[in-house]
Design a protein around this ligand. Structure first.
Ligand code: ADP
Ligand code: MG
Length: 322
């Protein structure tokens, strides 16, 4: 197996709140391989965004407690890096795009403003040269009339166009790792499909690994090489996308897949998974899915299941896999 770009080991992240501490992430192990698209999937609140923000060290320092690790990026532990070094990594070696590009674009500036500035700073070129490169970036994400786009304010662009600008901006520094957090969730279905096509196309020319975060398994199926499934802060299953879709091993993955409506299939009622993702106030040596699990047994409340192989590159944390 090629050496991983990102290696997360025994990472625990919790938040201090007035009502006590809540554990958001507890990952035994998660690797991102060179130039792959890894889909990170799970219900809302399962810890996907917190995982990405931990890698970039963007969590609020007073509230978030990060324990364990390391989180190795190209062999170096990001958790122990001084902030000055993280600033050099963020946006250059590791880029992130978010669900709502409006929140990352300043409404009072034309989009060319931050794009040109970022390119000038990151690539150490003049503003004039940066402008040329910004035009090239917009062409690369297939935005028509790049000159006009550079002078447009964020609100003058559609959601899909704004997300293209963000993708272009994120890729302009040729990062090794791109963290895409629900980049298509706010878009309507047609535009979502166009953005997924763009990502699939760009992946062949950029040399980056992409972590594609979504709660939508249908989206994952379209872009990712491998899938990691998160539940209550844990990675409960990981493997090649085809393998996960054909032979899900974790009862949670199995139920998630059954909940996707298939084209042409008529159902009176979509299967839903009863219950909700638990809020972990005090970590316990149990499988956090047991209360919702159709395959649970007594052993599920006696120890936390560890990721174990069930196929080639396919691992599951379950005592009674499907
Ligand atoms: N800034 C924060 N302060 C307190 N709790 C947070 C914060 N961010 C996330 N959480 C909690 O961490 C858990 C995981 O959240 P998140 O990673 O955003 O989920 P996802 O992205 O999978 O929907 C949730 O229970 C959420 O409430
Ligand atoms: Mg999220």
């Amino acid at each position: 197996m090629p050496e991983a770009v990102l290696e997360i080991r025994d990472l625990k992240v919790s938040f201090r709140a007035f009502s006590g501490t809540v554990q958001a992430v507890d990952i035994q192990r998660l690797d991102v391989l060179p130039q792959e698209i890894l889909g990170l999937v799970g219900e809302t609140g399962s810890g996907k965004s917190v995982t990405a923000l931990t890698v970039l060290r963007l969590l609020p320092e007073r509230k978030a407690v990060i324990e364990g690790g390391p989180v190795l990026f190209k062999g170096q532990d990001l958790l122990t890096k001084p902030e000055t070094e993280m600033r050099k990594i963020r946006g250059r070696e590791i880029s992130m795009i978010f669900q709502d590009p409006m929140s990352s674009l300043n409404p009072v500036f034309p989009v060319g403003e931050p794009l040109t500035r970022i390119i000038a700073v990151h690539q150490g070129v003049s503003l004039k040269e940066a402008r040329e490169r910004a035009l090239a970036v917009l062409g690369r994400v297939h935005l028509p009339n790049p000159e006009k786009i550079l002078g447009s304010y964020p609100h003058e662009l559609s959601g899909g166009m704004r997300q293209r600008v963000m993708i272009g901006m994120a890729l302009s520094s040729n990062p090794d790792l791109l963290l895409a957090d629900e980049p298509t969730t706010a878009l309507d279905v047609t535009i979502q499909a166009q953005i997924l096509r763009l990502i699939n196309e760009l992946r062949h020319e950029i040399k980056a690994s992409i972590v594609f975060i979504t709660h939508n398994l249908g989206v994952i199926a379209k872009v990712s090489d491998r899938v990691a499934v998160m539940y209550a802060g844990n990675v409960v299953e990981i493997g090649p996308t085809t393998e996960i879709f054909r032979r899900p091993a974790h009862p949670y993955t199995d139920l998630l897949l059954k909940a996707i409506p298939r084209l042409g299939e008529r159902r009176d009622k979509l299967p839903v998974i009863d219950g909700a993702v638990p809020v972990i106030r005090r970590p316990e040596p149990v499988c956090y899915f047991h209360s919702r699990c159709p395959r649970r047994g007594d052993a599920c409340r006696e120890a936390r299941p560890v990721l174990a192989p069930v196929g080639a590159g396919h691992y599951v944390a379950c005592r009674n896999p499907v």
